[in-house]
Write a protein that binds this ligand. Structure first.
Ligand code: ADP
Length: 500
């Protein structure tokens, strides 16, 4: 008999969460635990893999305990995770040979620069993996661990070590070391995976000196990978779905059709558009990635990210002391009809797509004597919108057609002013669902589809509930004028730190 609920494990960059969902997609129970961020040097970021595992297990048990759920009540477990973060462990002891190297960690940036200088490599790898050569992705992190953890390379060559991104690590631990798998969406962020053939790429592995015996088996995002060890929850539970956080969010938003997109306004911003069975190669520095593997098919997505999105609002609060809470910005922005010509370019850490300028720095432009704190709050929110507009434009040019459905989520999507301005600036409706926890919901859906808890994608689509639709209210002329000002402001912020 089917269990009553689906359990989603949401292993994020700063916390492990567990959310238990019912068939209508309602949250029945939630538990969360933060864990340590380890910064050994400037630009380096690590996590303790044992802490990732123990915190995730703890919140899973806690979420069950809160509703007195038995293991039989849980139909299946779905996992979503911080992507690209790299763990290497000993296959017989289960002990990691080094800390997890987190996606944000820049320690292999120099090596990536070397690779990029090798003739033809960037183009060839991009064609195979959909990615730009960058320290974010797992490949160069694995190599770093093999080069620096004591005895690691010898052990790896003897087949004694295993590699995994975070979902692989969790599945391996949940199954008591029986199952070593990854899903296609996570595999596609390693820079080792050929997204056309769905195979690990021998050439890349050789160039990086990574033995293929370390790699997990790549599987679809929905399907039973294995069962939890009985002692963990009292009885085995099937582990039936996994996807990287952004892809899971696209699925949780029910963006199943080609051309449908979701944009997440969190600390950073992430836009993914479903490109169906097409791998779209970008001329604007966007990434091609696997959205999910389901029902014997693979869906692809085009992805663009904004480094600093909601973090601009945190900056107003924590560094400038201009606001007490993020939510205040909405009322402040509505106090004024516009920004009085002010623009904020929040290029605190450079600019991503479509500019790709690590030397860009933040700027406030167009100040006149009348600009007050409300104008600044408004300019900060508008900067989140303008950056998204740049991604929409890039995606539209790469696809050769527009986005046909624009859904939003993330903490800042609670801000109605922000979403209205977004609709005005892209000239098309913006849809906000009731549930903006789309990441964990997507993982739950992938798992529940595998066990028949949900029948099909139609079933899921009918769970997607609109909270509010924002229709554009500005004309083309106004839009062009404002965007023109934004682009003039961006031009002044580009290459700032290089010039010094
Ligand atoms: P993440 O998961 O990336 O840590 P969240 O999705 O929880 O982030 O979103 C938090 C971000 O959204 C913060 O940067 C915060 O400043 C911003 N934010 C939260 N609420 C609002 C709001 N009402 N208006 C504008 N920004 C907001």
């Amino acid at each position: 008999m089917a269990g009553k609920y689906i359990m989603a494990l949401d292993q994020g960059t700063t916390s492990s969460r567990c959310i238990i969902y019912d068939r209508t997609g309602q949250q029945i129970s939630v538990a969360q635990k933060e864990f340590r961020q380890i910064y050994p040097k400037a630009g380096w970021v690590e996590h303790d893999p044992m802490e990732i595992w123990s915190s995730q297990l703890e919140v899973a048990r806690e979420a069950m305990r809160r509703i007195f759920a038995s293991p039989q009540d849980i139909d299946a477990i779905g996992i979503t995770n911080q992507r690209e973060t790299t763990i290497v462990w000993d296959r017989s002891t289960g002990r990691p040979v080094y800390n997890a190297i987190v996606w944000q960690c820049r320690r292999t940036a120099g090596f990536c620069d070397e690779l990029k200088r090798e003739e033809g490599l960037a183009g060839a790898w991009r064609q195979k993996t959909g990615l730009l050569i960058d320290a974010y992705f797992s490949a160069t992190k694995i190599r770093w661990i093999l080069d620096h953890a004591e005895g690691a390379r010898e052990k790896a060559v003897k087949g004694e070590l295993l590699f995994g991104t975070v979902e692989t690590w969790l599945i391996w631990n949940l199954t008591g070391g029986k199952v070593h798998v990854t899903d296609y969406s996570n595999a596609s962020r390693t820079m080792l995976f050929n997204i056309h053939t769905l195979q690990w790429d021998e050439e890349i592995l050789q160039r990086l000196d990574i033995p293929s015996s370390m790699l997990p088996e790549a599987r679809p995002s929905s399907g039973i990978y294995g069962y939890t060890s009985p002692e963990l929850f009292g009885a085995p539970i099937p582990i039936a779905g996994a996807a990287g956080d952004q892809q899971a969010a696209l699925f949780g938003q029910a963006c199943f059709e080609e051309g449908q997109a979701k944009n997440t306004y969190g600390t950073g911003g992430f836009m993914l558009v479903n490109t169906g069975n097409r791998i779209v190669s970008s001329d604007h520095g966007l990434l091609a990635t696997i959205a999910w593997g389901l029902n014997g098919e693979v869906r692809y997505a085009l992805e663009g990210s904004v480094f600093v999105s909601g973090a601009t609002i945190q900056w107003l609060r924590d560094e400038l002391g201009l606001i007490g809470s993020a939510a205040e910005t909405e009322a402040m922005a509505r106090q004024v009809p516009d920004t009085a010509g002010a623009y904020i370019v929040p290029a605190f850490t450079g600019l991503g797509a479509p500019y790709w300028d690590p030397y860009a720095r933040g700027a406030i432009l167009g100040l006149t004597r009348g600009v007050n704190r409300n104008h600044i709050a408004r300019a900060a929110l508008e900067s989140m919108v303008y950056q998204t507009c740049d991604l929409v434009q890039a995606i539209t040019e790469d696809l050769g057609c527009g986005i046909n459905m624009f859904k939003v989520d993330g903490g800042a999507s609670a801000n109605d002013f922000l979403l209205q301005f977004q609709a005005d600036m892209i000239g098309q409706p913006v849809y906000r669902p009731v549930c903006i926890e789309t990441t964990s919901l997507g993982a739950a859906y992938l798992a529940g589809l595998a066990t028949g808890y949900w029948r099909d994608q139609e079933d899921i689509l009918s769970n997607w509930q609109l909270d509010r639709r924002f229709d554009p209210q500005e004309g083309q002329e106004k839009r062009d004028q404002l965007l023109d000002g934004w682009h003039r402001a961006v031009r002044r912020a580009l290459q700032w730190s290089e010039e010094s």
